[in-house]
Design a protein around this ligand. Structure first.
Ligand code: SF4
Ligand code: SF4
Length: 312
């Protein structure tokens, strides 16, 4: 039987996720749980839904979804929009609510794709990429889908499609290296050099991430790595963190970093997934602070790009 990948989105015409114009393939499931995550719908490795309650027209008399759910997950009370127990939806096979709602309140987040499905989309987009573009595998965490991903990557190599990955590098070393054999360009997130702070912000220690990055030098991997740091005030915007990262980069012959500005684009999704978002007001980092940190890297011979101002 054909291998299948669980994918929550595919976006064409991306210009900030690797060289040139690219098609981004978003895998679902993530071993990290970053407290500021912009794609929390990617955390669940399986099909599920998001519920955009603010778009519900219950106040205009709609009750179209009232009896559609065989698991009786959708609850109606007097004078209130329906509520829903999202945890139960992970086991759903029908997703009947998605089809019945006339206002797109229910959104199925994840679909199965075969290797051929992905290749067909890449072939469709091929002429839009220009000479430098290609495909970027992102997520969620693409390394959680290593067997499927390697099949797709082999096809990309056959078709001479440029391959990039955005990853946390949080995977077994053998999985990491097997996938990287077919990758030409990698963004790897290093969220904090302090292992306790890394755990506090993401739910996991950074040891595995740092040791996987270090293996790239050990095995003379031939691609290009750009480290990425979503920069969050009070969490990883200190001079100390920058100097520790510079030392690590020098030791591992890495010379490029992209500092991303914290944003709240994921906040609505946290609500639609029934999760509490804790960065309503904190986390903002100023452009001046980012430029100050950038100067520290530049002074230490590391190419540092801020936000979308990158050469790729
Ligand atoms: S996803 Fe399935 S279980 Fe959840 S509300 Fe819709 S029909 Fe019911
Ligand atoms: S069908 Fe959609 S708009 Fe109508 S009550 Fe249900 S969730 Fe609301």
């Amino acid at each position: 039987m054909d291998k299948k990948g669980l994918i929550f989105d595919i976006q064409s015409f991306s210009v900030h996720d690797g060289p040139g114009c690219r098609t981004n393939v978003f895998f679902t499931g993530c071993p990290l749980k970053c407290r500021w995550c912009a794609n929390p719908e990617s955390w669940i490795k399986g099909k599920h839904i998001m519920f955009a309650g603010n778009m519900c027209k219950w106040d205009k008399g709609c009750r179209a979804c009232e009896h559609v759910c065989s698991k009786e997950v959708i609850m109606f009370k007097e004078h209130e929009k329906p509520s829903i127990e999202l945890n139960v939806c992970k086991e759903c096979e029908s997703f009947d609510c998605v089809n019945i709602c006339p206002n797109n309140v229910f959104k199925q987040c994840v679909k199965d794709y075969t290797v051929d499905d992905i290749v067909k989309i890449l072939r469709r987009d091929f002429n839009n990429w220009g000479p430098d573009g290609g495909v970027t595998f992102t997520g969620g965490e693409p390394l959680l889908h290593d067997e499927f991903l390697i099949e797709v990557l082999k096809k990309c190599r056959e078709l001479q499609i440029h391959t990039a990955i955005e990853t946390s590098a949080y995977a077994k070393e053998e999985v990491f290296l097997k996938v990287f054999e077919y990758i030409e360009f990698a963004f790897i997130d290093v969220k904090n050099m302090n292992r306790e702070k890394h755990k506090e912000g993401t739910g996991v220690y950074n040891d595995l991430i740092l040791s996987n990055i270090a293996t790239l030098k050990k095995y003379k991997w031939g691609g290009r790595v750009v480290l990425r740091q979503p920069t969050i005030a009070g969490y990883n915007d200190s001079d100390e963190n920058a100097y520790e990262l510079i030392e690590f980069m020098n030791k591992n012959s890495l010379y490029e970093i992209n500092l991303l500005k914290f944003h709240r684009l994921g906040e609505t999704k946290w609500n639609q997934l029934g999760k509490e978002y804790e960065y309503h007001e904190n986390g903002d980092v100023t452009q001046e602070k980012l430029e100050y940190l950038q100067q520290i890297y530049l002074n230490n011979n590391i190419a540092c790009y801020v936000g979308d101002n990158t050469p790729f």
